[in-house]
Structure formats: C-alpha cells, structure tokens
Design a protein around this ligand. Structure first.
Ligand code: NAP
Length: 430
C-alpha cells in the first residue's frame, strides 16, 4: 500500500447501498471539518459495487471496482465494509487486515457469526477492526461498553434493538391493530422489508444481542447461542391484558451474566416490561439499550437504530478513530474473548403470561388449572374474556421454571377443551 502521506487517508468502501451511499455523502460533506479538527483528510479512494452502471451518476469521478480490486488498491489505506452478508465480506475483511489496513464494518450478521476470528486477525495484524454501526445503527453502544464501561461489572443488558418490531408492537399497543395489519403498515411505510422474517422472527435482534453479550461479558457469543422467538404470535388482547397489569410488551434482547458460574443467558423474545422501566416508553421505530452495572447502576442508550444517515454517522466516527490510529501507528483491541458458557433456556426462571383459547363449557377451568398445578406452575392472576367458541383464558404465573412451563404448554395443547395455546410473554423484573 502507498504510504499514508500528508495525513491523507484513502478509503476503500465496499458497498454503495443505503448505508454506503449515505457514508460517501457524509465524508464528502465533512472532510474539511474533520481535517480541521483531527488533522487527517479522509478521501474516498475507491468504491466496490456489484453493478457499477446503477451508481455511475452518483459516484461521478470516484473510481469503482470489484471487492478484491478495492481492498488491494494501493491508494486504499482503510477499508469500510458496507455490503452485508457473510461472503465475500469476511474474506475481504481478512485480506484487508492481513495487508495491515484497518477495517470499519456495519455488518452485524458477520460480526455475530465470525467476530472472534476477525478480532483475532485484527490483533495479529496490529490494526483496527471497528464495528459500532453493527449494533443499533446510530446509537453509540459498542464504544461505551468496550471503553467507558471497561471496568464495570455488568450484570444485565436489556435492549429494544430492532426498530421494525418496535414499530409493529407500538401500533398493536396504541391502535389495537392485529399483527398482520401492523406489519402491512410497517411495510407500506418502509419500516419493514418485503420479506420481514429477519426482523419479525427475531434473527436481526439475536445477532445484535450476541455482539453486545460478547463485548459486555468477554465471551465469544454467536447468534446461534441466542434463544430466539419473534413477535408473530403476540395478540393485541394479550398486550391489552399486560397493560391492565402495569406492563408494556416489547421484543427484547436480553443478556445476563451470572458471576458465580461465569455463565451467560442470551435470548430474544417478546417480554412484559414494567411501565416504570425506561424501556417501556420507547415507541415507534426507536431503539434503546439499558446496561445494568454494579457500580454505575442503570445506563440507557436511546436513538435511531437504523437508517442510512444515523448508521453512516456511526461508521464515520469509527473511520476517524481508525484513521487517527493508523497515522499514529496505534490500534484498539477487543481483548481476548473466552469460549462462551451459555446457560440453557430450560434453567430460566421468571413470571409468564400464558393465553389460551378454550371451549366455554363447565369443567374447563378445572382441567386447565390441573395442568398448571401438577407441573408446579402457580398462578398469580387469571382473566376470562368472551364466551362460546372464542373464549380466552389468560394466566399470569408466579416465578416459574422455563422447562416446567414448556411441559405445561405441551399438555395444555393436548387438552380437548383447549382450542389454541397463544404466544407466551415473559415478564422482566424491574
Ligand atoms: N440499512 C440500515 O439501516 C443499516 C443499519 C445498521 C447496519 N446496517 C448494515 O450495513 C450493511 C449495509 O446495509 P445496507 O442497508 O446499506 O445494504 P444495501 O442497501 O443492500 O447495500 C448493499 C451494497 O453492497 C453492494 N454489494 C453487495 N454484495 C456485493 C458484492 N459481492 N460485491 C460488491 N458489492 C456488493 C451492493 O451493490 P449493488 O448496489 O451493485 O447491488 C450495494 O451497493 C449491512 O451489513 C447491514 O446489516 C444497515
């Protein structure tokens, strides 16, 4: 690679989509101000896309190439990966690091699946791999976790880390909309993709909470370690019942650390959040993450978790840091991550909201509560709604063991008097 001269750092940008295009615009707008403040001039040296003809009018004089050509170009000192997906992003990042070029990426899927390998490659090469934008777009979270909270014993991280599902649940809560109608509106407004499964089934949130858990607890948690449930089984009637009990329903990423066993519990599921908790008031497509530490107490990070502008802003912050480090011959490090010790979901204990559609006839309540009783799941509150074939029974349990609740649900589904077992909601303690 050409030497970094006169503190000009050439950027090779892989991808020119929602984030890539916003990032190129931001660099071009901010280059003078960044140079005045940091003494480093950022220059977009080369951009990689699949189909150059679709970007010609926007990129103008900026050189365009394929991924390998951009990474290997001598005028590229620092690589910004904004393509998404696993390959060729992983291969390109490893090649850049091996060539001593720092990398900034927004790729949550890649970091959640291959973070440990990539962090080790960056350390071995003595260069930066920064990924603030991979978790919650424009909200600073990774840097506070890895720098400001480095000495903090973190017990728990709770996050609304997916804007699409928060928008859908807000519509279901405030307008009483059915799940399918709220999803259709989110798609019409551009908050949800045509194929919404990565968001509504919880996989996007799982990748983010895996990365958060890795940084917060120093264990290489991957998305496959995360117990993941989406929001498609949440009913407006259950949200209404949760609200009568003093809770809001949110899709949460939860990461907990048990100091005694050094084990972690990492999961994504719809949850009942006490109305007094700061996450309860996070509406629409906003994201927020609450970090609970022993010394610092509770900290909340709130803002736009996605979108070209917020995400590009976060990428640019990392790029400036990595460029300064490059010029100084320094680099940041995640430090060693140990193999994860993941607590099985079956060991979880919490309160549960369990909705049932039942036939409305004598003896139903007796049959249903009998199943709860012999599985040692005790009931804190119950409500009946409607009559006849559409009758619903909704139970709120006391603290119960997940394995016992799952046995209970399987038995309830087998009862003649139960027409349908709805989606459960787990209650988050204050
Ligand atoms: N969008 C957000 O709000 C957001 C928020 C946080 C993080 N992120 C992350 O940011 C990354 C980019 O997301 P995005 O929404 O900007 O994606 P996008 O709009 O789909 O853009 C992807 C870009 O990458 C290019 N690309 C894909 N595969 C390529 C390949 N094999 N070779 C060359 N170029 C390739 C595409 O080229 P063509 O245009 O030629 O097809 C396109 O320009 C992802 O990792 C995503 O998870 C996005």
């Amino acid at each position: 690679m050409e030497a970094v001269t006169a503190r000009t750092v050439g950027l090779g940008i892989l991808g020119h989509g929602t984030v890539g295009a916003a990032f190129v615009r931001l660099v071009q707008q901010q280059a003078d101000a960044i140079a005045a403040r940091s003494g480093i001039r950022l220059e977009v040296a080369k951009v990689a896309v699949r189909d150059a003809s679709r970007h010609a009018d926007v990129l103008g004089a900026v050189a365009v190439g394929d991924v390998d050509g951009v990474v290997g170009d001598p005028s590229v000192h620092l690589v910004v990966e904004l393509m998404g997906g696993i390959e060729p992003a992983r291969r390109a990042i490893l090649a850049a690091l091996a060539a001593g070029k720092p990398v900034v990426t927004a790729n949550k899927a890649l970091i959640a699946a291959h973070g440990a390998e990539l962090f080790a490659a960056a350390d071995a090469a003595g260069t930066d791999l920064l990924f603030e934008a991979a978790v919650c777009g424009g909200i600073p979270l990774i840097r506070p976790l890895r720098e400001s909270l480095r000495g903090e014993p973190i017990r728990r991280v709770l996050g609304i880390v997916n804007g699409t599902t928060n928008y859908i649940l807000t519509k279901m809560t405030e307008d009483g909309a059915a799940y399918a109608d709220a999803l259709a509106e989110a798609q019409r407004l551009g908050f949800a993709e045509a194929d919404p499964s990565a968001d509504v089934d919880g996989h996007d949130a799982a990748a983010k909470i895996a990365i958060i858990a890795s940084i917060a607890f120093g264990q290489s948690v991957t998305a496959s370690d995360v117990h993941t449930e989406g929001i498609s089984r949440v009913a407006p009637a259950d949200i209404a019942m949760a609200r009568r009990l003093g809770y809001e329903v949110k899709l949460l990423g939860v990461a907990e650390h048990d100091r005694g066993t050094h084990s972690v519990s990492v999961r994504v599921h719809p949850a009942m959040v006490p109305r007094t908790h700061p996450l309860a008031s996070v509406r629409d497509s906003f994201n927020a993450v609450v970090v609970d530490g022993d010394a610092a107490g509770s900290l909340m990070f709130y803002g736009r978790g996605a979108g070209g502008g917020p995400t590009a802003s976060s990428v640019l912050g990392d790029v400036i840091d990595a460029a300064i480090n490059l010029v100084r011959g320094a680099h940041a490090s995640i430090g060693a991550l140990v193999a994860p010790k993941v607590r099985p979901m079956s060991e979880l204990s919490c309160e549960y909201l369990i909705p049932l559609e039942v036939v409305d006839e004598p003896g139903v309540l007796h049959a249903v509560t009998g199943v709860f009783a012999h599985n040692a799941v005790s009931i804190r509150a119950a409500e009946q709604e409607g009559a006849g074939t559409g009758a619903r029974l909704v139970f709120l349990t006391h603290d119960a063991n997940e394995a016992a609740v799952q046995r209970c649900l399987a038995e309830l589904a087998g009862l003649d008097v139960v027409a349908h077992v709805g989606g459960i909601l787990r209650v988050i303690p204050e």
